[in-house]
Design a protein around this ligand. Structure first.
Ligand SMILES: *Cc1c(COP(=O)(O)O)cnc(C)c1O
Length: 288
């Protein structure tokens, strides 16, 4: 299965757990799967493509789906960071045979603990996923069809998510507004790359607001000293974690990203005032 190295480890672990071999490719400027590299990585052994819609932006799905057609591959979307994002008006989770979503509290639609969902329009996948989450048991007949998991969305999580789901559209609009404020405040700083890419076909939901700069570590220290918390997704390429036993795929863009990205405060609770403070600190830093 072909996926990107610049993703959360769970994407790759899922491939390992199903007994497949992860083939890691590089991402482009917008942090998403590079279709050219995918095509170069395809061999007769390739079975599936696993694009990751990172930071709330959809991959270039026209080209990825065309590759899947051409080489007869299955597409599964890791949409954990992109609930509600669209590409050419089509929502994440509706391109491939299945889409995977996360309700981990940090995500745009977060539960009170862990949870997730799968979308599919394939009845066989739907049935298998339903059975797997309850140890493979068909609860009407008592027959076990698979060695499954204990992976039900529990009732408390479901209740919390049911209420929060109603607010999702307005939270997405709010995140886009916060992103626009960052853009307005930070545009024009030559040393910074802002996460505003082509919007012709994309509706981004800004799960994260990721900026890129060669001064990342010093900028981060500066922000920390001013009381602004930031995160780095991720500080070390996945294949450098020895326990994961992955080959070094030599992906220069992924390596650079690990050294240069920083995620600014971004959530439905982030206030415009907090954005202004963050912007001011960053401007101050680059003015020095
Ligand atoms: C959060 C996340 C996951 C995992 O989601 P869980 O709900 O923790 O299993 C997978 N992929 C990406 C890109 C994520 O951000």
């Amino acid at each position: 299965m072909i996926t990107v190295a610049h993703t959360f480890v769970a994407t790759v672990s899922a491939i390992i757990h199903c007994g497949a071999k992860p083939i890691l490719v590089d991402v482009r400027n917008d942090y998403n799967m590079d279709p050219d590299q995918v095509e170069r990585a395809i061999t007769p052994k390739t079975k599936a493509l696993l694009p990751v819609h990172l930071n709330g932006r959809v991959c270039e799905m026209d080209r990825i789906m065309a590759l899947a057609d051409k080489y007869e591959l299955v597409v599964i979307e890791d949409a954990a960071q992109a609930l509600g994002a669209t590409y050419k008006g089509k929502k994440t989770g509706s391109f491939g045979i299945a889409g995977c979503f996360s309700f981990y509290p940090f995500k745009v639609l977060g539960g009170f603990g862990d949870g997730g969902a799968i979308t599919t329009n394939d009845p066989d996948v739907a049935r298998m996923a339903s059975l797997l989450r309850y140890n493979g048991e068909d609860r009407e007949t008592g027959e076990y069809h698979y060695h499954g998991y204990t992976a039900l969305l529990d009732n408390v999580q479901a209740a919390v998510l049911d209420v929060k789901l109603r607010y999702l559209p307005q939270w997405i609009e709010y995140r886009r507004k916060i992103a626009a404020c960052y853009r307005q405040g930070l545009e024009g700083i030559a040393e910074l790359q802002l996460p505003h890419f082509s919007e012709k076909h994309h509706f981004d939901i800004f799960q994260n607001y990721v900026i890129k700069t060669k001064e990342r570590d010093r900028l981060r220290e500066h922000l920390k000293a001013q009381g602004v918390e930031t995160l780095v997704h991720w500080p070390k390429p996945m294949w450098r974690h020895q326990g994961l036993a992955l080959e070094d795929p030599h992906l220069p863009e992924t390596e650079r990203i690990c050294e240069e990205v920083i995620s600014l405060p971004m959530s439905a609770e982030t206030t415009q005032e907090q954005v202004e403070i963050t912007v001011q600190c960053i401007r101050e830093f680059f003015a020095q």
